[in-house]
Design a protein around this ligand. Structure first.
Ligand SMILES: Cc1ncc(COP(=O)(O)O)c(C=O)c1O
Length: 497
């Protein structure tokens, strides 16, 4: 079974009952040994310094090769020949060479709990809007950790803040004050309509706190009212209470029984909210833009009416800004774009720009926890909140939000032009949380083709088969947005040809 592109490789091949391999030289440079999948333990020696998959591709027979790269001498990678694409496709993350010091291996990956289908790639470096995988291929990242890395990958301010703080004080205990957490809380309350902050590690944990706080307020002020009206297609996290609060299809029966008390209304339909209010209702909770649900913004009129309605009924208005907050929607907090003041807000994702930081914020009269009601080992940890201070200061630096709005406009116009060109159904969103609405269900195929394009790829997300979601870094450049739109056009053409 010949493998290898004879134009670039001089191949000799041999076959015995157990093993298929070819030894090659590339212009007199060191050997490459290819090996079939069935024959596991054999290691090859190569030092071509570039991914072999770009050089091997003429073979017609199904076979796999394992290759070592000069820049990753401790590991190797398996490629499988794909008849349709006429080239070798990376099959697994890097495998460690026997006895190597590499900590990551396919065997290790199998030790991870299987919770999602991950593409066969493994990222080793990030800078700004770009990620690099272990073969050296670069990707323009339009996902950014699911709208998390608002300053892109490894922003220098964050790296410095973490390094400095790690060398100073990591964890005195949440039972004591520390300077970074008080500094960040002060910045957040100064910049918002809220008076008090509690830091958590994830958005779901912040929302758990929000739900507890609303129930506590109901116990103190509304005869034990505890129900929180949430919305169909909403997403609030993956803990039991936040799954129950979420309006994701199928989640009402998963892990049943649910936590009780989250009746679901329709976004942008005030009558559907009114119909659910009873004397046990303590609050309404919503995302200003439903992110996971498909980038669906709350209407301006609906949000204002909701504020009125909740006031009239002595209920709290809670905004889940885990995805929309920290500049994502063109204002520091998305509620500010609606000209309203909510009672409670949760933040996550962008507040740490990639480090595990989230928060719940409340107005003074609502912040009614008593000692023992709320806590957590890492709440307000100085290492993480020092990172949060650096992120906050970058987001609020003069001109930053203005540039987010400019890039948002550029992206929106570009997506609209693509929609018109390809007969799609338009685009929507706020700031740099946007979606292209496709006219057919080829979102996943576009995501795959964008990732596999060469020599550089692009990372996209399709939260629904007919929708692409864009969650770039907030500091993405004008040229990067242009490049992204050009590549998107190219990839759509390929998928639809
Ligand atoms: C609006 C919203 N709330 C809560 C969460 C949960 O955040 P985390 O994954 O940090 O727990 C998410 C995550 O996507 C979200 O988008």
């Amino acid at each position: 079974m010949p493998i290898g592109n004879k134009k670039s490789l001089q191949c000799t091949h041999a076959h015995d009952s157990k093993r298929l391999f070819a030894q090659s030289t590339v212009a007199g440079r060191p050997r490459i040994v290819f090996q079939s999948v069935a024959d596991q333990p054999m290691m090859m020696e190569t030092d071509i310094g570039r991914p072999v998959r770009q050089r091997v591709g003429a073979g017609k027979n199904r076979c796999s090769v394992i290759v070592r790269f000069s820049h990753r001498p401790d590991s190797c990678r398996e490629f499988e020949y794909n008849e349709n694409l006429s080239r070798f496709i990376s099959k697994l993350p890097c495998l460690p060479l026997k006895g190597s010091a590499m900590s990551f291996s396919s065997a290790d990956a199998q030790s991870l709990m299987e919770i999602t289908a991950r593409p066969p790639m493994y990222f080793v470096r990030g800078e700004g809007s770009w990620l690099t995988d272990d073969t050296g291929k670069r990707y323009l990242d339009c996902i950014q950790g699911w709208a998390v890395n608002c300053l892109g990958h490894c922003p220098p301010q964050l790296v410095k803040a973490l390094n400095d703080q790690a060398a100073t004080l990591i964890n005195p205990s949440p039972a004591f004050f520390n300077e970074p957490s008080t500094a960040l809380a002060k910045r957040l309350t100064d910049a918002s309509c809220f008076d008090r902050v509690f830091f958590t590690n994830s958005g779901a944990e912040a929302n758990e706190g929000v739900i507890k706080l609303a129930r506590k307020w109901g116990q103190k002020n509304k005869g034990g009212a505890y129900k929180i009206i949430t919305f169909n297609h909403s997403f609030h996290g993956r803990t039991l209470a936040t799954m129950s609060a979420s309006g994701k299809a199928g989640w009402d029966t998963k892990f049943a029984p649910q936590v009780e008390g989250f009746p679901k209304a329709e976004l942008n339909d005030l009558a559907s909210v009114k119909a659910l209010i009873d004397d046990q209702t303590v609050a309404v909770m919503l995302e200003p833009v439903q992110g996971e649900g498909g980038v669906i913004p709350a209407d301006m009129a609906f949000m204002k009416a909701l504020r009125e309605l909740t006031r009239e009924n002595n209920m709290l208005l809670i905004v889940d800004e885990v995805q929309t907050g920290m500049g994502r929607c063109g204002e520091l907090f998305a509620y500010q774009a609606y000209g309203i003041e909510p009672d409670i807000m949760s933040l996550g994702k962008g507040i740490g720009s990639g480090i595990p930081l989230a928060a719940m914020l409340a107005r003074e009269e609502v912040a009614c926890f008593e000692h023992g009601d709320q806590g957590g080992t890492y709440n307000g940890n100085p290492l993480i909140t020092a990172g949060g201070v650096a992120v906050f200061d970058a987001l609020t630096a003069p001109g930053f939000m203005e540039s987010v709005r400019l890039r948002s406009e550029q992206l929106s116009q570009g997506l609209l032009a693509l929609s018109e060109k390809w007969g799609m159904k338009g685009e929507r969103g706020m700031g740099l949380l946007r979606a292209l609405i496709l006219d057919k269900d080829d979102g996943p195929a576009i995501v795959d083709a964008a990732r596999d394009r060469g020599p550089e790829g692009m990372l996209l997300n399709a939260p629904r088969p007919n929708l692409l979601r864009f969650m770039t870094a907030l500091n993405i450049t004008e040229d990067e947005v242009k490049l992204m739109l050009a590549w998107l056009d190219e990839v759509i053409a390929k998928v639809r040809s």
